[in-house]
Write a protein of this length. Structure first.
Length: 405
């Protein structure tokens, strides 16, 4: 018997090691100490068989972290799409299953606003307070992993289930978290082929009352494309952080890429700014497929824009397009590899198929992270798991102003 549980608003079990104390201790700990520290904290709940799982780069498998032998059996990988652990990861909810030795609990590991894995443990009494404290341990695990990720390769390597190209490694290091969940806005993105990508990238930043967003597709594929994508992303972030308006960012992107690449490379893409108070959205299109507007569970059309030249091909007239989102609207950005790529003798996935699939999942009121995941899986399956071009999706959802009735 299994189920989904939640602990919000419930008094936590007192953890003798005190979460703040554990955080302080981890500041001076080795990454190998993570499992032992969580085992020690779980012991206050009489929790046993603690396992930390991290999701791989394809978001398909939850890989257990190696530890110091706290288990009777060696933990095995968990399929994201077909296990209770995977459900906890996908739905960002506590899941449980009764076992002879107690109740197995899986809680999402949260790094900031992104779910990056699952923490599993077995407890004898799964009351609400115990479950709530298990959730706290998942947040703690996420904090500790995020704090150490910049000083160790342990977590990155555990997420690699197959060899990764140099270009792909560079691209992943450029990316923000794949998911952002806040009261004001949600963002979800995915890239494929995860271990060979080289050219596609996206970026976003939640700055005050604005969400800044960019999607870029560097010409070609491989190392050269990754280098140009890195240049474009770095330039965009620099200008965004200096508070430049979209028109200025657009022109500077073109100048920088043209100046460094001498006309031998270009980048298509879109840059935009969403006002989270009003729903006002401004964006510039640089030779890229138009984003889709999702409203009331269906794709109602594209956000129309007069396209400028791709960045790097020289100055062109630029037009800042505007739209006003309604509460509950979502916008889907995608690269041409999603709809145009061909592989294994299959026809292109095509825009009509993308529209139908997004509308189908949106009508089921699925979270945008799950919509993006399902669409990417469909694109991969359509091509027999082999893509001839990078395929990237980025979806944003605006629930409406915080003070709405």
């Amino acid at each position: 018997m299994g189920g989904d549980r939640g602990g919000s608003g419930v008094k936590r079990v007192s953890v003798g090691h005190d979460l703040t104390g554990l955080i302080r201790a981890m500041n001076h700990a080795d990454p190998a100490d993570l499992s032992d520290m969580l085992v020690s904290a779980a012991a206050e709940l009489r929790g046993v068989d603690v396992v930390v799982y991290l999701v791989d780069f394809e978001q398909q498998i939850l890989e257990p972290l190696p530890d110091q032998g706290n288990h009777e059996e060696i933990p095995h990988s968990e399929d994201v799409g077909a296990t209770i652990a995977g459900r906890a990861f996908l739905q960002r909810k506590v899941t449980t299953a009764e076992r002879p030795d107690g109740t197995r609990v899986w809680v999402p590991i949260i790094e900031g606003a992104d779910t990056t894995g699952v923490l599993a443990l077995t407890v004898p009494e799964p009351d609400d307070a115990t479950i709530a404290t298990c959730e706290d341990l998942g947040v703690l695990a996420g904090y500790l992993i995020a704090a150490q990720a910049r000083t160790t390769d342990v977590y990155n390597l555990r997420r690699r289930r197959k060899p990764m190209t140099l270009a792909a490694s560079m691209q992943w290091d450029l990316l923000p978290p794949l998911n952002l969940t806040s009261r004001r806005v949600m963002v979800a993105g995915m890239l494929e082929p995860a271990y060979e990508i080289g050219g596609d990238c996206f970026d976003y930043a939640l700055n005050g009352s604005n969400l800044e967003v960019a999607l870029m597709d560097s010409m070609g594929h491989g190392l050269r494309s990754a280098v140009v994508a890195g240049l474009a992303t770095g330039c965009y972030r620099h200008l965004r952080r200096e508070g430049r308006i979209l028109e200025h960012i657009h022109h500077e992107l073109d100048d920088v890429i043209a100046g460094e690449c001498g006309g031998d490379a270009f980048v298509t893409g879109q840059i935009g700014r969403l006002d989270l108070t009003t729903g006002g959205f401004m964006w510039i299109n640089a030779g890229h497929p138009l984003p889709m507007l999702v409203r009331h569970g269906q794709v109602v059309g594209s956000l129309e824009a007069r396209p400028g030249l791709p960045w790097g091909l020289g100055p062109s007239e630029v037009e800042v397009s505007t739209a006003t989102l309604e509460p509950g609207d979502s916008v889907l950005f995608y690269t041409d590899g999603v709809v145009e790529a061909r592989g294994s003798g299959h026809e292109a996935f095509g825009e009509p198929r993308l529209v139908d699939l997004v509308g189908q999942h949106a009508s089921d009121q699925l979270p945008i992270a799950l919509i993006v995941r399902l669409v990417v899986r469909a694109v991969l399956e359509h091509h027999g798991g082999q893509l001839s071009d990078d395929a990237t999706l980025l979806m944003i959802h605006w629930p409406g102003p915080l003070n709405q009735p």
